[in-house]
Ligand binder design. Structure first.
Ligand SMILES: [Zn+2]
Ligand SMILES: [Zn+2]
Length: 371
């Protein structure tokens, strides 16, 4: 009897434990690795009650697990502390420490970060991989950036197109940023912040060799601000040699990223093309009866819808040249190859992806066809 009671108790506790430690959801973000690199799904710009967010840091960890992210950073405004009367925290590292503790039993990396917050033209910037946020709290923005560099931080310019700071809705690269770039104190730029994609910010990224970033900048709940509105949260895919903080940092400094928001993918060609290449698989290729019409199924292994336009010399039977392969789903094409081929280079323009303003990458898959 005693044993049974103990066993029942054990079952109950282990079930509770399992519930506490699995955060499954139906909205996981999925992207494949690319040759030579692990694809890390990151959201490196988020807020909690330790600045102007509305949740405790543990909620950010659980949201990230639900979304199947690999890495997050809680980037509290150093200088803007609207909850300071209720939540006294002279130590600006607290948010990071709480998140780190929450994540220790989970497969989620936490990067230590802070948002350096000023009016335009300095604007807002995130310093991540920092050692001590308290030391970044300075009177002059220049001093904060110098301290971030001293801590060997990766620094990116946040929402440069934000209309509250730039009424045209376009980014203005000021002397402040120009000097920071020259001094090696500014390394990246958000081209996607919340639901806004700025082509002008992408142009600045390419002109100044800044790493392309996409972030949620979440203050409320991911569910309320994104999921219930039919969106995925914006993220940055980082192509890292390993799944570690050190490798992530190396990859961000090297600019190996793609910013993602729903079906929009933004990155340099050398990063986008391998990602798109790995994102489609080809199945069940066969010629229909005695025809030279090839039927082939395209499988999208990512959580983003992928939109393509045919770039082959061959046209389609029963399909628009512009088509979508839904996230995690398939699309069957009928390609009029005019003769029975053994190899077919499938060549498509990715209309949801941008390598520069108004420029889409063209991707080729060499598909072997059975006799
Ligand atoms: Zn900001
Ligand atoms: Zn922010």
């Amino acid at each position: 009897m005693k044993f049974q009671a103990f066993f029942a108790l054990f079952l109950v506790t282990s079930t509770l434990f399992a519930q506490e430690h699995s955060h499954q959801s139906s909205r996981t973000l999925v992207f494949p690795d690319v040759p030579g690199y692990k694809t890390l799904k990151t959201d490196l710009h988020q807020h909690t009650v330790f600045s102007d967010g509305n949740v405790w840091p543990n909620i950010r960890v659980m949201e990230a697990l639900r979304d199947n992210l690999d890495v997050i950073s809680l980037t509290e405004h150093l200088e803007y502390q609207p909850h300071a009367a209720d939540i006294l925290h002279p130590n600006r590292n607290r948010s990071y420490e709480i998140a780190l503790n929450e994540a220790k039993d989970h497969d989620l990396l936490i990067v230590h970060g802070s948002e350096i917050t000023r009016q335009a033209p300095m604007g807002h910037s995130n310093a991540i991989f920092i050692a001590d946020a308290n030391k970044l709290l300075k009177d002059e923005a220049e001093e904060s950036f110098a301290e971030a560099k001293k801590q060997d931080a990766f620094v990116f310019w946040n929402h440069p197109a934000w209309y509250a700071q730039s009424p045209s809705g376009n980014p203005v690269l000021s002397d402040f940023q120009k000097v920071r770039i020259k001094k090696g104190e500014l390394h990246g730029i958000e081209v996607i912040n919340t639901v806004d994609y700025s082509e002008e910010s992408l142009a600045l990224a390419l002109e100044n060799n800044l790493t392309i970033m996409g972030t949620s900048d979440i203050h409320g709940l991911i569910d309320w601000d994104y999921v219930e509105k039919g969106h995925d949260r914006p993220i940055t895919l980082v192509f890292a040699k390993e799944r570690s903080i050190e490798s992530l940092k190396e990859a961000l400094f090297a600019g190996r990223t793609v910013a993602v928001f729903n079906s929009l993918l933004v990155g340099k060609e050398e990063n986008l093309v391998p990602l798109l290449n790995a994102s489609l698989k080809f199945e069940n290729a066969k010629y229909i009866n005695n025809t030279s019409i090839l039927e082939i199924t395209l499988k999208n292994v990512t959580s983003s819808d992928l939109i393509f336009e045919n770039q082959m010399p061959y046209t389609f039977y029963s399909s628009s040249p512009v088509f979508k392969v839904p996230a995690g789903g398939t699309k069957t094409l009928r390609i009029k190859t005019l003769e029975k081929l053994v190899d077919l280079p499938i060549r498509l323009k990715a209309l949801g992806a941008y390598t520069a303003p108004k420029e889409h990458p063209i991707v080729t898959w060499n598909v072997k066809l059975k006799e």
